[in-house]
Design a protein around this ligand. Structure first.
Ligand SMILES: C[S@@+](CC[C@H](N)C(=O)[O-])C[C@H]1O[C@@H](n2cnc3c(N)ncnc32)[C@H](O)[C@@H]1O
Length: 290
């Protein structure tokens, strides 16, 4: 939760805009209406669940699941603050084993930025199908990190192909930084949970699990990075498994290399020369009617 926003409330507000966009698209795909039962898998701080309650009101029943107990407790505290705890249930479980949720008991399932962390995505899709009633709907928004990993791999190849004695300092440092946050060889990309699938794999998973009315949209948005503070830049990370740049510099760079890194990159950060690339797959589907 902290590295996501670089420990900075101002930056959190900026990032919330893109998180809001994903949440709104997932909810639009969910087509919620009064009186339905919703499961939000991997709810984190409950973005999707609370937004759904705001939109539909007290008739919505929501089950919030997450694999991490502290996040679930945080979501529960937020539910109490919002006075919506009576319409919420909190279940600590993995997406590929939705324990304590009965077969065909749910009208709509949502997930946002979760499938990349699930060991058995095939099983997760089957579990979604199991808990949905016939005709029930699911809507997911999943950032596709494969592109970032291929960029890290290309950088590594570029640096490795530089002639010995090259005095380029920018790309080797950039490559070490990106290589610490993303898999950067074909083998690592293929074996890492966060990069071993793309948007088409999500369609295949839905098909294989027996869903119908499958619709997938892949959105790519590239824009200047909102981060202009060096401190925030050091404390941010691009996905939950990536160490923030500050730890990378402290743990993998010498004192001289750190100073060089700051000399080269700090002016670029403060001039907002970096770009942010969001690649998000939105998929909706329906369990076949009985
Ligand atoms: C990037 S966060 C997204 C949180 C929230 N869905 C959102 O959109 O703000 C990923 C969430 O997935 C949860 N998660 C990771 N592995 C999971 C698994 N196997 N099953 C269920 N949730 C999982 C994490 O604990 C975390 O809350």
């Amino acid at each position: 939760m902290h590295t996501r926003f670089g420990n900075d409330p101002e930056h959190e507000q900026v990032l919330r805009t893109s998180i809001d966009l994903i949440a709104n698209r997932v909810l639009s795909g969910a087509q919620l209406c009064a009186g339905v039962a919703l499961v939000d898998i991997g709810t984190g701080d409950g973005q999707i669940a609370f937004r759904a309650i705001d939109a539909i009101g007290p008739s919505l029943r929501v089950i919030l699941t997450d694999i991490l107990a502290p996040l679930l407790r945080h979501a529960e505290t937020l539910a109490i603050q919002r006075n919506v705890q009576d319409q919420c249930r909190f279940i600590e479980c993995s997406a590929d084993a939705l324990r304590d949720i009965d077969d065909t008991s749910i009208d709509v399932v949502t997930t946002s930025a979760v499938l990349a962390y699930v060991t058995n995505s095939e099983e997760a899709f089957l579990e979604i199908r199991r808990v949905l009633r016939p005709g029930g709907r699911f809507s997911i928004g999943e950032p596709i990190l494969r592109g970032d990993a291929f960029e890290a791999a290309s950088l590594k190849q570029l640096v490795d192909s530089q002639p010995p004695g090259s005095d380029d300092r920018f790309f080797p440092l950039l490559s070490r930084w990106k290589g610490a946050q993303f898999p950067y060889t074909e083998e690592k990309i293929a074996s890492s949970l966060i990069t071993n699938f793309n948007e088409r794999d999500l369609v295949r998973l839905a098909l294989n699990a027996g869903f119908v009315d499958i619709h997938m949209e892949f959105h790519v948005d590239i824009y200047p990075s909102a981060v202009h503070s060096w401190e925030v830049f050091l404390d941010s990370s691009p996905h939950p498994w990536a160490p923030p740049l500050r730890s990378i510099l402290e743990e993998r760079f010498s004192v001289e290399e750190r100073a060089l890194f700051e000399t080269i990159f700090r002016p670029r950060v403060e001039a907002q020369q970096f770009v942010t690339a969001d690649r998000v797959a939105y998929l909706t589907a329906r369990k076949p009617p009985a």
